[in-house]
Design a protein around this ligand. Structure first.
Ligand SMILES: Nc1ncnc2c1ncn2[C@@H]1O[C@H](COP(=O)(O)OP(=O)(O)OP(=O)(O)O)[C@@H](O)[C@H]1O
Ligand SMILES: [Mg+2]
Length: 280
């Protein structure tokens, strides 16, 4: 059974896109190098990366030009069943940069339906409708979202069976997280009762800054095991790889690569055994 994982935080710039790319690229790295670390069902099938952010950062990082691409996610929101038609086939673009990654590209044009979609009767379930039609062909469907709790994030939360919340260690991190969790409690109650909120993932930690260490301890104290043990450090190499549209793991330090492998191991553990949604 494939996993549908949404990466969300309404705060901007916390690493949603970087974490999306990190998870997708690490799975394809493991498929090639250490498949025994992956669940059986994830050893061969490609990863589907769905970019629901009109900024289209993930689409670009995976080597697809969001302006040139003939069909984008706007078409899917207009008609979810398109994913199974000929034009749907061009909606599912193999990444020219990364083997075994397929992309549903985003586009700035997506903004054009952000006002009309919420008033449609199925306006929050269209992404789920489309993904349910194709997910069996993928080992993981991973959805990147925009920095808002608007209609595109709502669709991504309804479509997901698991959700991961990346955050960075800034002063407003804790406040932002509690807004996000309140939103998820409501979404879980009213729209997606089986949603497994995997937890909080601290990203871009730089231990040289004392404030960051203080904030990290505060988060761990407040949220307990709901906060992932794995912490993603700052990495200029990863950032360079994204900018150059290279595989995120290209030439990164071995210890950083093993942190990403640890992240996946922890993620799979939490998929199998959900942790408490509440504060620790
Ligand atoms: N671990 C990291 N180390 C160094 N820089 C990072 C790290 N994670 C993210 N960044 C940088 O921080 C910025 C924001 O990251 P990213 O685009 O992944 O965040 P986002 O949450 O997707 O942003 P948005 O809300 O705009 O979509 C980028 O310039 C990115 O390169
Ligand atoms: Mg982003």
């Amino acid at each position: 059974m494939s996993i549908v994982l949404t990466i969300a935080n309404n705060k901007g710039g916390v690493g949603k896109t970087l974490v999306t790319l990190a998870i997708a690229s690490t799975i394809t790295w493991l498929q090639k190098n250490e498949p025994s670390l992956l669940p059986n069902t994830m050893r061969k099938l490609p990863i589907l990366v769905v970019d629901t952010d009109p900024q289209a950062n993930t689409t670009e990082a995976l080597g697809i030009d969001p302006v040139e691409v003939p069909v984008n996610i706007l078409e899917l929101y207009e008609n979810p069943s398109v994913i199974e038609t000929t034009s749907g086939l061009s909606l599912l673009q193999a990444s020219p940069k990364q083997k075994n990654i397929v992309v549903v590209p985003s586009s700035i044009k997506l903004e054009s339906i952000s006002n009309t979609l919420p008033s449609q009767i199925d306006g929050r379930t269209r992404l789920k409708d489309a993904i349910d039609r194709v997910k069996e062909y993928y080992s993981l469907v991973i959805i990147d979202t925009p920095p808002s709790l608007g209609i595109f994030t709502q669709n991504a939360v309804v479509a997901a069976d698991t959700i991961l919340i990346p955050l960075t260690l800034t002063k407003h991190a804790l406040l932002g997280v509690s807004n996000m969790l309140t939103f998820l409690v409501t979404a879980k109650k009213s729209q997606n009762p089986n949603l497994n909120v995997l937890g909080l993932l601290v990203n871009a930690y730089d231990k040289r800054y004392r404030l960051q260490t203080t904030l990290l301890k505060a988060i761990q104290k407040e949220y307990g095991i709901f906060s992932f043990e794995t912490i993603i450090p700052t990495s200029s190499r990863m950032v360079e790889n994204i900018a150059a549209r290279r595989n995120l793991l290209h030439n990164i330090a071995a210890d950083h690569r093993s942190i990403l492998v640890d992240l996946l191991k922890e993620l799979f553990r939490r998929v199998d055994k959900p942790v408490s949604f509440h504060k620790g």
